[in-house]
Ligand binder design. Structure first.
Ligand code: NAP
Length: 282
């Protein structure tokens, strides 16, 4: 669509930023909704983040998404940071409001919306969840599950101390029981679980695959992988082979973009098969 002089502006700041799928995704929604607006990639290095963020109001930007390596640094650069971003320890969405930068984090929302859409019958409250990994993404996943009322979240990580630190950091904010486990426990914790999440980098193209026997997992447990390259990771293939319900990780990426789009362009976009296919065809 041709832009007018009144076009609304948003974008994604990252370093590097050229691999980001966000311009393609937001561009699809802008076109689909015939919005006079643009969402652009902004290659901003770590040393330039402060200046780039503070220039947004003067440039008339409605806001930005933040990707690596800016999400943590932005906590100190926004005028206001919401509760979820504080909990997760990272900002991925910035909205300019009356000249001030308001930071939030939509990864937990994206994770949960993806499960709701992909497995509408699954209930977080029904049984314990197992989360593999204790990095940045795991933090959002654990916060989302605890918020959704999971009775117990078992965090399993190669470096057990990181799982312990994550459980300890999130415990004051959450009602769920959080427990930390070392990698050697990854099979044992599957018994009676209602959800298994891979939030490690294992299974991603170019990385080692996840070495996990699903034998002890209840047959009706939902399996999800937040890695989405490839879409059907070895974990999801294994779940499919034994008949467990599964949800792939692309939807988390698509759903986490919705709150930002709505704040900047005043339309709540949907995650449809068409937008999934469009993003996948990049
Ligand atoms: P991160 O902070 O670097 O954390 C990596 C995690 O993987 C850590 O828990 C690490 O364990 C574990 N790990 C790495 N190599 C391992 C190995 N050989 N054996 C066992 N564990 C290993 O990464 P992140 O930001 O959390 O991202 C994790 C994945 O999620 C990435 O693939 C990312 O692309 C994906 N992601 C997807 C979405 C989405 O929207 N779908 C959103 C965010 C992230 P240690 O602590 O022991 O090192």
């Amino acid at each position: 669509m041709t832009l007018s002089g009144k076009a609304r502006l948003a974008g994604v700041m990252g370093w590097p930023v050229e691999h980001s799928l966000s311009p393609r995704l937001h561009g699809y929604w802008l076109e689909h909704h015939r919005i006079d607006g643009a969402y652009v990639p902004l290659a901003v290095g770590p040393e330039g983040l402060r200046a780039a963020l503070s220039a947004l109001p003067a440039l008339g930007f409605r806001g930005v998404n933040l990707t690596l390596p800016h999400k943590e640094q932005a906590l100190d650069l926004c005028h206001v940071v919401d509760d979820m971003a504080r909990r997760i320890g990272a900002v991925n969405t910035v909205v300019v409001r009356e000249g001030r930068l308001v930071g939030s984090n939509s990864d937990a929302f994206g994770f949960m919306e993806n499960l709701k859409q992909g497995a509408p019958d699954w209930r977080a409250k029904a049984s314990p969840a197992v989360v593999l990994g204790a990095g940045g993404a795991s933090r959002a996943v654990v916060a989302a599950l605890a918020d959704a009322g999971a009775p117990e979240v078992r965090i399993v990580n190669r470096t057990r101390e990181r799982a312990e630190a994550l459980a300890e950091a999130l415990a004051p904010w959450l009602g769920s029981a959080l427990s930390a486990h070392g990698w050697d426990q990854r099979q044992a914790v599957l018994a009676d679980a209602g959800l298994l999440v891979n939030a490690t980098t294992l299974g991603m193209a170019g990385q080692a695959s996840l070495d996990l026997d699903l034998g002890g997992l209840p047959p009706d447990a939902l399996v999800t992988d937040i890695v989405y390259t490839p879409l059907m990771t070895p974990l999801l293939e294994a779940a499919r082979a034994r008949g467990n319900p599964l949800v792939d990780g692309l939807g988390m990426l698509l759903h986490q973009a919705r709150p930002g789009f709505e704040a900047w362009f005043d339309v709540r976009p949907e995650v449809t098969t068409a937008v999934r296919e469009f993003v996948l065809s990049a």
